[in-house]
Design a protein around this ligand. Structure first.
Ligand SMILES: Nc1ncnc2c1ncn2[C@@H]1O[C@H](COP(=O)(O)OP(=O)(O)OP(=O)(O)O)[C@@H](O)[C@H]1O
Length: 349
């Protein structure tokens, strides 16, 4: 099946006086039908630029963007207008028409598309019911909360029954509770209407809650992509690790490690646990069999897409030889690495 969206060797440069800014550098990426695809990166990484090439709000300097088999980056005029009606978009600042009611805001894209009046009213009614704002139909945006405004934005974006919804930091202006409610609504848009969602965010929590696949961007390039589970469980690139550690506290940072070392003088190992189907309490069993004590000093185990993974930082206490044996035994069950002791670290520094 053709992907919902393909970026093929996409580059975009801006001239800023004598300087050239490479906002996108040779991005090749597929977003499949039915995906909730997260695009993450720090400020200036090129996320919005990439997203806005999907509905040709930005045009590439080189490469192609193909949406549903059509090269949207090559369209102009009426064909582009028609293609854009298949793509809804929501924004951080909602972008509602302030002088129109909720009903008029949601009806607006239908009027532009030339839908007959009676049908418009039916469709708006259905959409307001879907986003839970039937009661607010005649209110103006200024009288709505942020979460309600974004619900109007979502209803408006869905008006023409798009195949794709683009979300540019749509929850970044909302508090955590409202963010969860809006993400839940987007999940329903994906599940009930089958809409493919591409969402830009700098919050890994958003990706964890809703996305199934993710790409990490840095300086205009995609530095890592994959399933959300793989990215969280095995982040490869330094930037991905920074994003993952912003929401998962499985691994101690340098400061935490220093505090651990101050208190715990034994040998310290990190045990990576993943997808364990067995209920063998391997750590206490091995410790007992090898005559060593253990002390969990840091770590956590999380669940993502119904699969478990995490890292435990553990101090092992006992004779050198017993600890060596215990580490070999643990390695039969889980990935384990021993942290160098402080003297070794100092010698290397
Ligand atoms: N119209 C423009 N003219 C010149 N430079 C631009 C323009 N739009 C974006 N840029 C530059 O392109 C780069 C990528 O910007 P973009 O907005 O895509 O990043 P972003 O990852 O979405 O960042 P943020 O999270 O801050 O929105 C930045 O260096 C930005 O300054």
């Amino acid at each position: 099946m053709t992907p919902a969206i393909s970026f093929e060797n996409l580059s975009k440069s801006y001239a800023q006086g004598p300087r050239r800014i490479d906002a996108l550098r040779d991005v090749t990426l597929d977003i499949e039908r039915g995906d909730v695809f997260g695009i993450v990166g720090f400020s200036g990484a090129g996320k919005s630029t990439l997203l806005r090439t999907i509905n040709a709000l930005e045009r590439p300097t080189a490469g192609r963007v193909v949406v549903d088999g059509t090269e949207i980056s090559a369209l102009r005029g009426r064909p582009l207008h028609r293609a854009r009606q298949r793509i809804g978009m929501i924004f951080q600042q909602f972008n509602l028409l302030q002088s129109r009611t909720v009903l008029q805001n949601v009806a607006y894209p239908l009027r532009v598309a030339g839908v007959p009046k009676a049908q418009i009213l039916d469709r708006v009614e259905e959409l307001l019911d879907f986003v839970g704002l039937t009661e607010k139909a005649l209110e103006y945006p200024a009288r709505l909360s942020g979460g309600q405004k974004q619900r109007v934005g979502i209803a408006r974006a869905l008006a023409n029954r798009p195949d794709v919804l683009l979300s540019d930091e749509a929850t970044s202006a909302l508090d955590p509770q409202t963010t969860s409610e809006v993400l839940e609504l987007l999940r329903r848009v994906n599940a009930e209407y089958g809409v493919t969602i591409a969402l830009v965010t700098h919050e890994m929590e958003v990706v964890r809650e809703i996305a199934n696949r993710v790409a990490v961007m840095q300086q205009g390039a995609v530095v890592e992509q994959g399933s959300v589970y793989d990215l969280f469980a095995h982040p490869q690139h330094r930037t991905t690790r920074r994003f993952v550690s912003s929401v998962l506290h499985h691994l101690p940072d340098a400061g935490a490690l220093e505090r651990i070392r101050r208190v715990h003088r034994g040998r310290i190992v990190q045990i990576h646990v993943e997808n364990r189907e067995s209920n063998d309490p391997f750590l206490s069993r091995i410790a007992r069999e090898r005559g060593v004590d253990y002390n969990v000093v840091y770590g956590g185990v999380s669940e993502l897409q119904s699969r478990l993974f995490g890292t435990l930082t553990v101090e092992l206490l006992g004779s050198e030889l017993d600890i060596d044996f215990a580490i070999s035994d643990i390695a039969l069950t889980a990935a384990v690495t021993e942290l160098p002791d402080r003297l070794e670290e100092l010698a290397r520094a």
